[in-house]
Structure formats: C-alpha cells, structure tokens
Design a protein around this ligand. Structure first.
Ligand SMILES: CC(C)(COP(=O)(O)OP(=O)(O)OC[C@H]1O[C@@H](n2cnc3c(N)ncnc32)[C@H](O)[C@@H]1OP(=O)(O)O)[C@@H](O)C(=O)NCCC(=O)NCCS
Length: 405
C-alpha cells in the first residue's frame, strides 16, 4: 500500500504525528506541550503518515547545523519517529523515511543524523553508525584525580535562569571543535537543557547547574541531579551527571573534581560521554570508570557530492569511491575526492562501499581501514583504504554528540 506521507500543516496534525512515538512513551495527547515542541521542530519539518484522515505514523527533522571535521554542515536531525502498533510492518516507516530524506535533500541539507532506538532499524535507509558514547559508574572511594587542584580555578552553583546566559558560550566553544555536536538555539536551551519538569526527574532531585571558572572566566559547566538514598546509615545514592562540558584540559579536570568530590553519594553516574574522555588520563583509578560503550549518532549522506565537499580533507587525494545507495539511487556511482572536493568520475575506484559505510567514516569516528578489516568495505586497489583515510583523517577529536534528540 502507498501511504500518504506529508508535512503537518497545523497543530492538530502535528500533535497526532508526534503522537505515534508518544504512544510508546506513554504520554497523553497534550496540545500545550506540542505547541512548545513546535518552537524547536517547525510544523513543516514534521511528516505525518495518513491512513485516510487518520495519522498513523510520524517522523520529524530538526533543522540543525552539525559540526563535522573542519566546519559545520546543515543537517536534518531526525527525531520523534514512530508508527502506531496498529500499522507496524506495513511499510509506513519506509514511506516516511523516503519522504523525509527527499525533503532534507530539497532543503539543501547534505546530511541527516539520528539516534536509533534499535540499531537494526536505519541501516536499510542508508544510515551508518558514526559515533559512540560512553557510560560510566564511578564509586566514590575511587574518584581521586592524579593532579593537584588548579589555584586559579573556582566553582559556584548557579540557577537554571543564570545558566541561560553563562552556559551556552562554553558549549559553543566545545561544539566548534567537536564533530557530532549541533548548534542549540535559545529556545532549545530553554525547553530542553535548562528546563526541569518534575516528570523528567526519573526519581532524582532537582536539576542543578554548576559553573567552573578559571581566573574568573566561565570555562566549564555541569547539569546534574542527586538521587539521595541512605542504607544502614551510609550514603547509598548517586549523583547523575546530565551534561558536563569544559573548554580545555584544566577546565575539564576542575569541573570533574567538583562532581567527583560531592558528599552523600556512593557513586557518580554519567552517560553520553565522549569515549576519548580526558578523565581516563586524569583519574588515579581509571579502570574504575568501567566505561560501557554504546552507539551514538547515525549519519546518512543525503547528497553525497555536497556532503563530501563540505567536510575538511586531511590529504589531497585523489581517491575514488564506488558508492552504492539503493534507497536514494541518485547518490550511487563513482566519486573522486581530490583537492578538498568531490566530483563524479569514471576513473577506476579504490574502494567499493555502501552509503551507510560512508556515513560511518564521515565524522571521523571510524576509518576505512577498519571497515575493510570488518569486510563491509571492499578494497579494489592496493592501498585504497590508506589513501581514503589520508583524505578523511583530520586532527579533530573523536565525534561526540552529548545529547539524545
Ligand atoms: C520502528 C518502527 C518505526 C518501524 O515502523 P514500521 O512501519 O513497522 O516499519 P516498516 O514496515 O516500514 O519496516 C521496514 C523494514 O524494517 C524492518 N523493521 C522495522 N523496524 C524493525 C525493528 N524494530 N526490528 C527489526 N526490523 C524492523 C521491517 O521488518 C521491514 O523489513 P522488510 O522491508 O525486510 O520487510 C515502529 O515499529 C515503531 O514505531 N516502533 C516503536 C518506536 C520506535 O522505536 N521508533 C523509532 C525511534 S528511533
């Protein structure tokens, strides 16, 4: 069956299209909440799938600017994807993904990115795993740092209201150099990061904001909650770090010193951390971090030529990639990367790969050599993977997205 998929045009349609995923969250239909959400997700960026006049599925795309190696790229930030249980496995998602990717391409956004609820869903639509995140649980008795406190560092608690002015500049400095991070608007900060509705506290206390300064200048911040608990007279609760970002090594160390030193916790928990987190080198007992790695962003090159040209190239090439793309066949073919740009070519390819594997390498999270070793990229000329890696590898840190959208 061909489903009628189109952008929502009014709040009623918007709330019903978002309602497909809200069903699984167990949320009530709420026009006021939808109105707030529409401040960050414009109505025309929310697709609904219609069965007659009823909406049975939805898929949205935030208009993001995403940091990639060497700059930022317009990106469809795919979100609130859902199909009602009454209409599963009848091609509704497939129809929505097609309409959405075509819309993203027509808007001139060369890439799309998302967090996947299940890792099996999006590869068929051309997405590739592009970054990891780490989750840690650090017992208080092992939370000491190797280096002494910095004399010019100080920390203070600020209100969420004060955070609106003090925190975004720090985020922006880190974002500018970290592939995988996206620009947050004022509305995004207010609605998402610095809001604290009781229903999102997950058994914890209020959201706290902490600012770290070096010589009086804000250089790091953390948002965190106490999950207070005592057992047999001893602290058994934890501090949950929601987001902790700092600009530079000293700022990072002093920010985490305050978090790790807190009383009334048996452990500190943090997820959505970069997997090359400096703490691994700053802690006295790094093994005790017990970092568990999971998938982060999935990236889809929607317009392969534009996407490849938009990202920095570490070497001049040339290298020729034979790209397969069954879902958006206009991307398929040979692409020659040379002198910082990508163009179609008839030259013999160095590597053959699916567009999803290109998504995996796009932010610098994985190398072509790794993917050849995994048997998911084919090396057609000797040294092809090394040549492609020389073009793709830059000095950027590992890609990291600190927030699930
Ligand atoms: C995941 C979800 C959106 C899939 O929607 P759907 O309309 O059933 O998907 P489609 O019918 O278009 O399926 C397309 C293909 O993907 C497969 N697929 C889709 N979701 C899958 C899943 N969770 N596990 C395994 N396979 C899946 C289908 O079997 C189908 O394969 P086929 O083409 O070989 O037959 C829907 O089940 C849902 O809303 N789940 C709960 C919410 C959720 O996880 N949303 C995603 C948020 S990131």
């Amino acid at each position: 069956m061909a489903w009628d998929v189109r952008p929502t045009t009014n709040l009623e349609e918007f709330v019903d299209a978002v309602g497909a995923i809200s069903h699984y969250f167990g949320s009530e239909r709420d026009l006021e909440r939808a109105e707030r959400f529409a401040k960050v997700l414009p109505l025309e960026r929310m697709h609904g799938a219609f069965d007659g006049d009823r909406i049975v599925g939805g898929a949205g795309a935030f208009p993001f600017q995403l940091t990639v190696p060497g700059g930022t790229v317009a990106c469809g930030g795919v979100t609130v994807v859902g199909v009602l249980p009454t209409h599963r496995r009848r091609g509704v998602l497939t129809a929505m993904m097609r309409a959405q990717l075509e819309d993203i391409r027509d808007r001139g956004e060369p890439i799309a990115a998302l967090w996947a609820s299940e890792e099996v869903i999006y590869r068929r639509f051309g997405y590739g795993l592009a970054s990891y995140v780490g989750e840690i649980e650090l017992a208080s008795e092992y939370s000491g740092l190797r280096q002494a406190p910095e004399s010019g560092a100080s920390a203070r608690l600020i209100t969420l209201e004060e955070a609106k002015a003090l925190v975004p500049p720090v985020y922006d400095r880190v974002r500018a150099v970290t592939p995988g991070m996206f620009e947050r608007t004022k509305e995004w900060w207010e609605l998402r990061n610095l809001a604290d509705p009781p229903e999102r506290r997950q058994g914890g206390g209020v959201k706290n904001a902490l600012l770290v300064e070096l010589e009086g200048e804000p250089v790091g911040y953390a948002l965190y909650r106490f999950h207070m608990k005592f057992e047999q007279g001893a602290a058994a609760g934890h501090v949950a770090v929601i987001e902790a970002l700092a600009d530079g090594p000293v700022a990072t160390r002093e920010l985490w010193r305050v978090l790790l030193d807190m009383d009334w916790k048996a452990k500190l928990q943090a997820d959505l951390l970069p997997i090359d987190h400096p703490l691994q080198h700053q802690l006295s007992y790094p093994r005790r971090m017990r970092m568990r790695i999971g998938d982060g962003l999935w990236v889809r090159l929607v317009d392969v030529g534009a996407a490849l040209s938009a990202r920095a190239h570490g070497g001049d090439g040339p290298v020729v990639l034979e790209v397969a793309d069954s879902f958006l066949p206009e991307n398929a073919g040979r692409w020659r990367l040379a002198g910082g740009t990508a163009e179609r070519t008839e030259d013999d390819p160095d590597l053959a790969l699916d567009v999803g594997e290109l998504g995996s390498t796009y932010l610098g999270g994985f190398t072509f050599a790794e993917l050849v070793r995994a048997g998911v990229v084919r090396e057609l000329k000797e040294g092809g993977a090394a040549r492609a890696d020389a073009v793709f590898l830059t000095a950027a840190p590992k890609p990291w997205c600190p927030e699930i959208f």
